[in-house]
Design a protein around this ligand. Structure first.
Ligand code: UDP
Length: 329
């Protein structure tokens, strides 16, 4: 039995990963302080330890009690705007607590690690699609805190042979097709959940942040990747490391960009609702176009997105959003 420690396993991406691992016959154990995660997202029978990964004592106790083969680290703060206003919160949780986690792992002889990185480490795009060698100049503390972790992981490999895979997510979206988990809706800041909440009437209208970008229709272009495809990449990365593979960094997206307007139009088609839109000023820090070149992970690990269509991603998110609305979550 392969024991996998999932930090942040009660959150959006972590809870999908737990489902994927159970389906593949692995044994996930979750650590989550429930600061943003939801206990109700945990499938029955999956152990949930409620503490922060910055708590070295509790982490030590857990790693003493169970021999883990690998750690998948999802626990992090992810709001770019907040990271600019409260940088220390991001360096504390995203970097310092990751350091604590890795140091504790090392003490217990765990040598495999999968890290949730982000396209935000690249900063303003110099070219698109962005491959792994794209310059790394993060524009905000969120991206900087993640890039520091990537550097730390390289150094831990050199010093102690700790092997890691960094997966740099572009725009994670969608939900479990079976509707078992999804994106938690409170204070949503991301485009697709906001469009769907507007379709449900939870918001009277939504805003489009800028129509004067140098793109086909003037709105920003992003690369939306289905959450289950993202989890598939983690599974392959884990199998790579457990088979003795070397440390790697991969960009993870569909390689296909969609504009904000295209996303809203697709959401209108999927939901059958009008979705009222008002035009607003650009959101600070938004690059015009962010698209991933994910050929490396396709070539090296054989990863292939199963749900590349934007309409499918939005359909699955819509199913979840409606369920959440009815359940009042
Ligand atoms: N966006 C928008 N209205 C919203 C939320 C987002 O126009 O209510 C735009 C945002 O400016 C960006 C794109 O949608 O160009 C994707 O934003 P999101 O926050 O979903 O992801 P990000 O790319 O910032 O990680």
């Amino acid at each position: 039995m392969t024991n996998i420690l999932i930090t942040g396993g009660a959150g959006y991406i972590g809870s999908h990963m737990v489902l994927k691992l159970l389906e593949a016959g692995y044994h996930p154990v979750v650590v989550d302080d429930l600061s943003t995660g939801m206990e109700s997202f945990m499938p029955p029978g999956v152990p949930l330890h409620r503490f922060s990964i910055g708590d070295a004592d509790k982490l030590n106790q857990l790693l003493r009690a169970t021999q883990f083969d690998i750690v998948m680290h999802f626990a992090a703060f992810i709001e770019v705007g907040e990271s600019v206003k409260k940088p220390e919160k991001y360096y504390q949780n995203n970097f310092f607590n990751t350091l604590t986690l890795l140091h504790t792992m090392k003490q217990h002889g765990i040598n495999h690690f999968i890290f949730s990185s982000t396209a935000a480490i690249f900063g303003e795009p110099h070219y698109t699609p962005a491959d792994e060698n794209h310059p790394k100049q993060p524009l905000n503390p969120y991206g900087a805190s993640k890039l520091m972790c990537e550097q730390l992981l390289q150094d831990l490999d050199t010093a102690y042979g700790i092997k890691s895979v960094c997966l740099r997510y572009f725009n994670a979206a969608g939900a479990d097709p079976a509707g078992r988990t999804g994106y938690r809706t409170a204070n949503a800041s991301h485009l697709i959940p906001i469009a769907l909440q507007t379709a449900l009437g939870q918001r009277p209208h939504m805003e489009v942040y800028g129509r004067d970008y140098p793109t086909l229709d003037g709105t920003c272009i992003r690369d939306y990747i289905h959450i289950m495809d993202l989890c598939d990449a983690h599974l392959l990365a884990m199998q790579h490391l457990l088979a003795g593979g070397s440390s790697r960094q991969y960009n993870l997206g569909n390689g296909q960009g969609y504009s904000v307007q295209q996303v809203i139009d697709t959401a209108r088609q999927v939901t059958g609702q009008a979705i009222q839109v008002i035009d607003s000023a650009r959101r600070p820090g938004d690059p015009a176009k962010l698209v991933a070149d994910s050929r490396l992970i396709q070539q090296e690990l054989g990863w292939k997105p199963r749900y590349p269509e934007l309409a499918t991603i939005i359909e699955h998110a819509w199913k979840w959003e409606k369920q959440c609305y009815r359940a009042g979550c």
